[in-house]
Design a binder for this molecule. Structure first.
Ligand code: M6R
Length: 610
C-alpha cells in the first residue's frame, strides 16, 4: 500500500512531489524517494524512514526540474532501507520506476533477470524497471513497455515511470492498485490517492485496470492494452483533506472495515497455483523441516489471539497435528513443553508486541521453530523468527484491528492448508476445492458490506445504550464471538462478555435477564443445531437475541429479535465473513455513544511493554 505522486508541467516539480507525499503520510510508510528529470538525465534520491529524512537530503536537487515522480513505500518484498526504497532504476540509470502492489511471479522473474542485469535491491519493483529496459532496447516506446509489463507481470500494480530521453513524459499503468490523474494550470498530475492532489485539482480521471496513462504538461492520454485510446470516467471531489484521507468515510476504522475484501485478496495473492496447490515460497522453512513437526503452538494477544484460535481449529482439522493456542503473556510462565519438533506461530499485526516477541524468543530458546505472521515487513518479530508469513492488509491506522484481523485469518488458514498439503493429510482435490472457496471470501465480504450494513446500523441505533452484552458461539463461532465482544469493549466501552455457547449454562447464565442483549454467532456449521439450542436457553430467560446467521436460515431467524445475515461460507473460513457485522455493530454503537473510534481511550496501536 505505497503512495505515488507524479507531476509534469512548467513549475518546479520537487515541491509538488514532497507536498503530495506529505499528504499521504497518514497511510503509514517506511521509506520515500523521488526521481526528477534534469536536463536529459535523471536525478534520484531515496531514504529509509520518515519523509523528513528524504526532505533533508534533497538540498542538491536540480532546481529547474519540472517533471518527476515520488513514492512512499510500505515494504512487501525486502526490508525498509535506502536501497529498497523506490524509485528503482534500470542498469544505465536512464529509467526510474516506482510501484504500488505485489508482483506475484517475482521469483521466476528474478531468476530470469538476475544474470542479465545488475540488481541492486531485494524488491519485486526493481525487476519491473529491468523488464522495461529490455522492452525499450527492443525499440518499444515507454507506453508500449508499460503495456508489456501489464501483460507479463502477474499480481497487483500501479507503476509510474520516467525516462531521461523524454523529459516531459510520465507514463503510468494500473492493475488492481489505485491510480488517479488530473490536469490543471498547464500541468498534469498523477497519484495513488486523491488527497495528494487536492491543492492542484478537484477533477480527477480514474484510471482503470489494464490502462496506461501518458502525462505531458497539461495533457493526459489514456490507452488500453491494445493501444486504443479511451476516455476514463471523470470524478469531481468535494471532500476536504481529512475526508479525503479517509477515502470519504467518516473514520479510518470504517474505511478499514471496507478495505477488508482487498486486504484478503492481497493476502491470498500469489500463494495459490492454477492447479489448486498452495505455495508459500517466502516461508524459509523447508518441506522436510515442516514434515518433521509434531506439535504446533500459536501465541498472540488480543485480536491476533482470536485469529490464532481460528488457526487452531483449521490446523488440527487439516493436518491432524495437535495445535495449542496461548495468550502470549501467559505462554512463558506456564512452562510449555517445546522441543525441536515444535512449530510456534507468533501472530501480530505490528510484529512489535512485547508479549508476543517474548513468547517467540522463549520458544526459540527451547529449540522450537518459530514462524511470525506479521503485517509489517521487517518488524522485530519478523526479523527474529526462523520464518515469516506476511499479511498484506496495508497500513492499519484505527487502533481497533479490523482488516489486519481478516488478513491474519486468511494467512493462518493458508499456513494450515500448506502444512496439510506437504504432510499429505489432505487430498489434493480437497485442497483445490478449499482454495476455490477461499478465493470467494472477498466477494462474500463485499456483498455483506453492501447488503447488511444498514440493518446493523439500525439495530445498533436501538441498543446503543444497553449496559450488558453477551457474545456466544461454538466451534469457530467462538473466536468470532470473542472478537465481536472485544471490538465492542474497545471502542464503545460497553460491558461485553464472550462465552462458548455451551459453557454459558455452567455459570454465566445466571446473569441473563430481560434487558441483556445476547449476540449469537449461529451460521451454518457442524454445531449449528447445538448453538440454536443455547440460543433457546437465553431467550427463555428474557434476553434480547441478535444473531449472525446464514442467509436464508429461517430456523435461526425464528429465534432472533434481529438477524445480521451473512453469505454461506465454508466453515473454517467463515470467521473472516461472520466477524464483519460484529465489527460494524461495535462501530455504530460507539458512534452513537459519541466516541472517537479511531483512538479509543487507554489503548495504543502497538503495545511494546510487557
Ligand atoms: O500488533 P498485535 O497484533 O500484536 O497486537 C495485539 C493486540 O494488542 C491487538 O490485537 C489489540 O487487541 C487491538 N487493540 C485489537 O483491536
Amino acid at each position: 500500500m505505497c503512495g505515488i505522486v507524479g507531476v509534469t508541467g512548467d513549475q518546479p516539480a520537487l515541491p509538488v512531489l514532497l507536498e503530495g507525499l506529505g499528504r499521504l503520510e497518514y497511510r503509514g510508510y517506511d521509506s520515500a524517494g523521488v526521481a526528477l528529470q534534469s536536463g536529459g538525465a535523471l536525478w534520484v534520491r531515496k531514504r529509509a524512514g520518515k519523509l523528513s529524512e528524504l526532505v533533508a537530503s534533497v538540498g542538491d536537487a536540480p532546481a529547474g526540474a519540472t517533471a518527476g515522480i515520488g513514492h512512499t513505500r510500505w515494504a512487501t518484498h525486502g526490508r525498509p532501507n535506502d536501497a529498497n526504497a523506490h524509485p528503482h532504476t534500470d542498469c544505465g540509470g536512464e529509467l526510474a520506476l516506482l510501484h504500488n502492489g505485489i508482483v506475484e511471479n517475482y521469483l521466476s522473474l528474478r531468476a530470469r533477470l538476475e544474470g542479465a542485469h545488475e540488481l541492486r535491491s531485494e524488491t519485486d519493483t526493481e525487476l519491473l524497471a529491468h523488464l522495461m529496459e529490455e522492452r525499450l532496447a527492443d525499440g518499444a516506446t515507454l507506453a508500449d513497455a508499460a503495456r508489456s509489463i501489464l501483460r507479463e507481470v502477474e499480481g497487483s500494480l500501479a507503476i509510474a515511470v520516467v525516462h531521461a530521453s523524454d523529459p516531459e513524459l510520465i507514463v503510468a499503468a494500473r492493475r488492481v492498485s489505485p491510480l488517479v490523474a488530473g490536469v490543471a494550470d498547464g500541468a498534469a498530475f498523477l497519484a495513488s490517492d486523491i488527497p495528494a492532489l487536492l491543492p492542484y485539482t478537484r477533477d480527477f480521471k480514474i484510471i482503470d485496470d489494464d490502462q496506461i496513462v501518458e502525462l505531458r504538461p497539461g495533457t493526459l492520454r489514456v490507452t488500453d492494452l491494445d493501444g486504443a485510446e479511451i476516455e476514463p470516467p471523470a470524478r469531481r471531489v468535494d471532500w476536504n483533506l481529512e475526508e479525503a484521507e479517509k477515502g470519504g468515510f467518516p473514520d479510518f476504522m470504517l474505511k478499514e472495515i471496507h478495505d477488508q475484501p482487498v486486504a484478503v485478496e492481497e493476502t491470498l495473492r500469489g500463494r495459490t497455483t492454477a492447479d489448486g496447490r498452495i505455495v508459500l515460497d517466502e516461508l524459509r522453512l523447508s518441506e522436510d523441516e515442516l514434515r518433521d513437526v509434531d506439535k504446533v503452538f500459536v501465541v498472540a494477544c488480543g485480536t491476533s489471539y482470536h485469529a490464532g484460535m481460528v488457526a487452531k481449529y483449521a490446523i488440527e482439522h487439516w493436518t491432524r497435528l495437535p495445535c495449542e493456542i496461548d495468550i502470549a503473556s501467559e505462554f512463558r510462565y506456564r512452562d510449555p513443553v517445546l522441543d525441536t519438533r515444535t512449530l510456534v506461530v507468533g501472530v501480530s499485526q505490528s510484529g512489535e508486541t512485547a508479549d508476543t516477541i517474548a513468547a517467540c524468543r522463549h520458544a526459540k530458546r527451547l529449540g522450537a521453530k518459530v514462524v511470525a505472521v506479521s503485517n509489517v515487513v521487517d518488524s522485530s518479530m519478523a526479523r527474529e523468527a526462523d520464518a515469516v508469513l506476511y499479511t498484506h492488509a496495508g497500513p492499519e491506522i484505527g487502533v481497533a484491528a479490523t482488516k489486519t484481523h481478516l488478513a491474519q485469518i486468511v494467512a493462518l488458514t493458508e499456513l494450515g492448508l500448506y502444512l496439510g498439503q506437504i504432510r499429505g493429510t489432505q487430498l489434493p482435490s480437497h485442497t483445490k476445492r478449499l482454495l476455490e472457496e477461499l478465493a470467494e471470501v472477498p466477494d462474500r465480504i463485499r456483498s455483506l458490506l453492501t447488503d447488511s450494513a444498514k440493518e446493523v446500523e439500525r439495530v445498533a441505533s436501538q441498543y446503543w445504550q444497553t449496559r450488558d452484552f453477551f457474545f456466544i458461539g461454538r466451534g469457530v463461532g467462538y473466536p468470532v464471538a470473542l472478537e465481536g465482544a472485544l471490538k465492542l469493549k474497545e471502542i464503545s466501552y460497553a460491558r461485553a462478555e464472550a462465552y462458548p455457547a455451551g459453557e454459558l449454562k455452567h455459570g454465566a447464565i445466571a446473569l441473563i435477564e430481560p434487558g441483556v442483549v445476547v449476540v449469537g454467532v449461529a451460521t451454518r456449521s457442524r454445531v449449528h443445531a447445538k448453538t440454536l439450542s443455547n440460543i433457546e436457553e437465553v431467550r427463555a430467560r428474557g434476553a434480547t437475541v441478535i444473531l449472525v446467521a446464514t442467509e436464508g436460515d429461517e430456523d435461526a431467524a425464528s429465534l432472533a429479535d434481529h438477524v445480521f445475515w451473512v453469505p454461506e461460507t465454508a466453515e473454517l473460513f467463515s470467521p473472516a465473513v461472520d466477524v464483519v457485522p460484529l465489527q460494524l455493530f461495535a462501530y455504530f454503537v460507539a458512534k452513537r455513544r459519541g466516541h472517537d473510534v479511531d483512538q479509543p481511550r487507554n489503548l495504543a496501536k502497538t503495545v511494546t511493554v510487557e
